[in-house]
Structures are given as C-alpha cells and as structure tokens.
Design a protein around this ligand. Sequence first.
Ligand SMILES: CC(C)(COP(=O)(O)OP(=O)(O)OC[C@H]1O[C@@H](n2cnc3c(N)ncnc32)[C@H](O)[C@@H]1OP(=O)(O)O)[C@@H](O)C(=O)NCCC(=O)NCCS
Length: 163
Amino acid sequence: MPDPKINLVLRLARQEDAGLLLQWRNDADTRHNSFHSQPIAWSDHLRWLRETLEDKETDLYIAERNGLPVGTVKVQRTGNSTELSWTVSPEQRGKGIGKQMVRQLARQISGTLVARIKPANNASVAIAKYIGMRRSVSSDGMLLFIRGQDESRSGENNGHEQS
Ligand SMILES: CC(C)(COP(=O)(O)OP(=O)(O)OC[C@H]1O[C@@H](n2cnc3c(N)ncnc32)[C@H](O)[C@@H]1OP(=O)(O)O)[C@@H](O)C(=O)NCCC(=O)NCCS
C-alpha cells in the first residue's frame, strides 16, 4: 500500500535542474549502483541533459515533496517496452520515497516495463518487486526486471526466475 504520508508531485525535468541532477548522479552510492560508475563531468552532463530533454522517446521526471526535489525517474521508450531508472536524493533515502515515486510513475504506464538493477542494489530490487516486476534473465552483470507482456521472453534461463 502507498504511504499516505508521502505526497509526491511528479513534474518534467528542466535544464535548470542540471546542478541537482548531477549532484545526485555523482553521489557515491548512485555511482556504485550505476552501469557506468565513473564521475560525470559538468559539460558531459549538460549535453546529456539537453539531449534527454529533446528526446521524444524519453521523459525525465523530478519528484517533489512539499516543493522540495527528492528524486528523479527516467522513462525511456524503446521498441515496444518502456525502461525505468530512478534515483532518490541522498538525504532523502530510506524513507519510502523511492517506492512511492516509482509506483506513482509506473501506474501511468501501460505495456511492458523493464528495469536493469545491479544485483547488490537491494533497495531497487525491492522497488521493482513492489511495482509488480519479476526478475528475468540477467544481462551485462545487471538483473533485468520486467512487468508485462515481455516477461516470457527467453534467455539463458529460458524465462524468468522468481525471487
Ligand atoms: C535505490 C534508491 C532509489 C532507493 O530509494 P529509497 O527512497 O531509499 O528506498 P525506499 O525507502 O523506498 O525503500 C525501498 C525498499 O528498499 C529497502 N531499503 C532502503 N534502503 C535500503 C538499503 N540501504 N539496503 C537495503 N534495503 C534498503 C526498504 O526497506 C524498502 O524495502 P521494503 O519495502 O521491503 O521495506 C536510493 O537508495 C538511491 O537513489 N540509491 C542510489 C541510486 C540507485 O541505486 N538508483 C537505482 C539504480 S537501479
């Protein structure tokens, strides 16, 4: 059940969010849990943000709680599925915000949802399960979580594992 005490407003990110997003992206835990773990330079980040905001297949959201930005979710449509990735502001972690934020976003999306999560990222695994995703085949050392039609797609285990 959603926590009624956590009231989040999701809005689209803007170029002015660049500083905040880089701070969150370069945080040690975020880097540890990201596919690319090296720190991102400001100029590379600005270019990434500009391209992301222009990309019609990608929506980047900022979650706000009482007007304060507390997290971000990237929604990337590829083919017939939608990939979600998320980060919570370092000071706001462990309060249920990640679960609520991703749930709120996932409820707006129909069709197949996927997320790639590092195996040791227990909090993100819990979030993926909370929104009804199931663990599927792994790729590139990441766990693949899927909700929706593509759950049956085959791979090294010829299907998903329950965990
Ligand atoms: C992963 C992250 C988004 C989780 O957000 P959060 O707001 O801290 O998570 P929540 O408080 O909603 O907790 C989600 C679940 O993880 C658990 N959890 C929270 N912090 C945890 C931790 N450090 N270790 C293990 N489990 C943890 C919670 O108990 C909860 O599980 P439960 O429902 O079974 O009790 C946040 O820690 C983060 O931004 N980390 C760095 C970036 C990152 O990892 N991004 C995701 C890449 S896939």
